[in-house]
Design a protein around this ligand. Structure first.
Ligand SMILES: [Zn+2]
Length: 303
């Protein structure tokens, strides 16, 4: 009898734990970080006519509330680091936006699908990450941009529809080195350009504690906005969980940038659109996989 009573307890405890965490999730709390919400607020931005976002370079930005921060990760997917970042974001129930380099998307398509499957939005960041698209001919620069989108599309081709829709008409210039002509070209295709409000210098040879310190300092100086991080950097992953916890303790919350659905649909069907079928060339993208490695140069604007 006694033995039977004792053996019931683990089952009861398990049931209680499950019902508490289920209740918390139902109540909108993050099961693995229960002081905070299970869902990330989505900030829908228009991509119609190719707006530019981020007051570090442009006059307008996404409409974030006070103390709201949108996390963005550039230069991946990275086989050593992207999954670590995804696990940390999951633990804190935060969705983000990833600006991927096409070459790496082509090399690690399973990581592209994983990022999408975990609910993150994907924008692109060219094919080979040339330090400045301004130094290329217009045709070369447009080809770099188009191939970046094609590579992510190809990686997502076998993914469920919901995950394929995670690819947004979002673009970020390598090194934030934009050009008016290319912004106009993107605009004709209803692709939005993203700069930021702040960086954390995580591309510089500084330690994770210093990256964390600079991120917190830079965010505090502006109060809200888009943060650029790099999912290629182990030291960024090292500080990410502690950074998130500190920000939340200070009253900040995290939001996710996503394309406003009707303008995203417009980009997908634009004549000669980057995301439309007219200029899509899978053979081109496949052939390009043999190209040279990207050169991941720092972002001069963030210096
Ligand atoms: Zn970059």
């Amino acid at each position: 009898m006694g033995v039977r009573h004792i053996s019931i307890w683990p089952a009861i405890v398990t049931m209680l734990v499950f019902s508490i965490s289920a209740a918390r999730a139902d109540d909108g709390f993050c099961p693995t970080d229960p002081a905070y919400p299970a869902a990330t607020r989505i900030v829908h931005v228009s991509t119609e006519d190719g707006p530019t976002y981020g007051t570090m370079q442009y006059s307008q930005t996404a409409s974030l509330g006070p103390k709201e921060v949108a996390l963005t990760f550039d230069d991946g997917p990275n086989p050593d680091n992207t999954l670590r970042i995804l696990d940390i974001l999951d633990r804190h129930c935060i969705k983000a936006t990833f600006f991927m380099v096409g070459y790496y998307a082509g090399k690690h398509p399973e990581l592209v699908r994983e990022v999408a499957a975990r609910g993150h939005v994907i924008g692109t960041h060219t094919w080979l990450h040339p330090n400045s698209l301004r130094q290329l001919s217009p045709v070369q620069a447009q080809r770099e941009i188009r191939r970046g989108f094609e590579a992510v599309e190809t990686a997502l081709a076998s993914a469920p529809t919901e995950d394929r829709r995670r690819l947004a008409p979002f673009f970020r210039f390598p090194g934030l080195n934009d050009s008016a002509a290319l912004i106009h070209w993107l605009g004709e295709r209803h692709v939005a350009t993203f700069s930021c409000e702040f960086g954390a210098d995580d591309w510089k040879p500084i330690g994770s504690a210093e990256i964390r310190r600079r991120a917190i300092r830079n965010i505090a100086s502006v109060g809200r906005g888009i943060l650029i991080l790099h999912d290629t950097k182990p030291r960024t992953a090292d500080m990410l969980s502690s950074f998130i916890m500190t920000m939340r303790e200070q009253g900040y919350s995290f939001v996710q940038l996503a394309a406003e659905p009707t303008s995203a649909a417009r980009a997908a069907t634009a004549p000669n659109g980057i995301l439309g079928a007219a200029e899509r060339s899978v053979a081109d993208a496949q052939q390009a996989v043999t190209a040279t490695e990207p050169s991941l140069e720092p972002d001069p604007v963030l210096r």
